[in-house]
Design a protein. Structure first.
Length: 235
């Protein structure tokens, strides 16, 4: 083997170039946050030029990102007129929470059987950390970890269809939760509900876990619907 070939073989591989898709995915993630947190208001038209300037991107990745959000039901593509943020529909929010409550019930039955001891210990650790944020009145961190716990529960159920459905529906529910003015009493009640289903998970009590998760989702739905502004869903 000659020297030049030797050097080629021994030299470290060059880093792979960034995929072109990574740019629009990053834009989609930021746009998603803006919609979910109300920075882009329901019903508002999406002005491409200011967003392109703010993100430092061309129109192409922005439009690709908007298509992603359209598939998630967060924006609506308007023929020859760009896009706008979809409105929050009260009836749809109610329907979403009904389906989520059923999925949570199923997840509870699966988790009691399929979650390992290490999995349960992980959920307990996340829960205790979340309760620390509750005690310190750190709402944003609390709710971020709250969502992570529910995501992990879906993961640990071992059912990929359930996981995909919950992920898709959670995106649409999250926006309504941001819009709803949830009071302190509901926050405290929700924290207690989390404690109940974590204890049921540790006991591997399928019935109690299923009922606790489903009840938690139903009561969250009721609170969100009550807390939505009066003009939610209006044209």
């Amino acid at each position: 083997m000659n020297e030049s070939l030797d050097q080629d073989v021994l030299s470290p591989p060059r880093p792979a170039p960034l995929k072109r898709s990574s740019l629009y995915e990053a834009v989609a993630e930021r746009l998603r946050e803006m919609v979910l947190e109300g920075e882009l208001a329901p019903g508002s038209r999406i002005a491409e030029k200011p967003l392109c300037e703010a993100f430092g991107v061309s129109p192409t990745p922005l439009r690709q990102a908007l298509k992603v959000l359209a598939s998630e039901g967060l924006v609506e593509m308007l023929p020859h007129r760009g896009a706008r943020v979809t409105r929050v529909d009260r009836d749809e929010v109610r329907d979403l929470f009904e389906v989520m409550a059923a999925l949570e019930s199923l997840a509870g039955n699966l988790l009691a059987v399929r979650a390992s001891d290490a999995d349960i210990a992980e959920i307990r650790g996340l829960h205790d950390e979340m309760m620390g944020y509750f005690a310190d009145n750190q709402r944003k961190r609390y709710f971020a970890l709250n969502q992570r716990i529910h995501q992990r529960l879906a993961d640990l159920s071992g059912n990929r269809v359930l996981k995909d459905l919950e992920q898709s529906l959670t995106l649409r529910i999250t926006r309504a939760r941001y819009m709803a003015n949830l009071d302190a009493s509901r926050w405290e009640e929700s924290a207690r509900e989390h404690s109940y289903f974590v204890e049921a998970l540790e006991a591997r009590d399928a019935q109690a876990l299923s009922e606790a998760l489903s009840l938690h989702m139903r009561k969250t739905g009721q609170a969100v619907l009550q807390g939505l502004p009066d003009n939610a869903g209006d044209d």
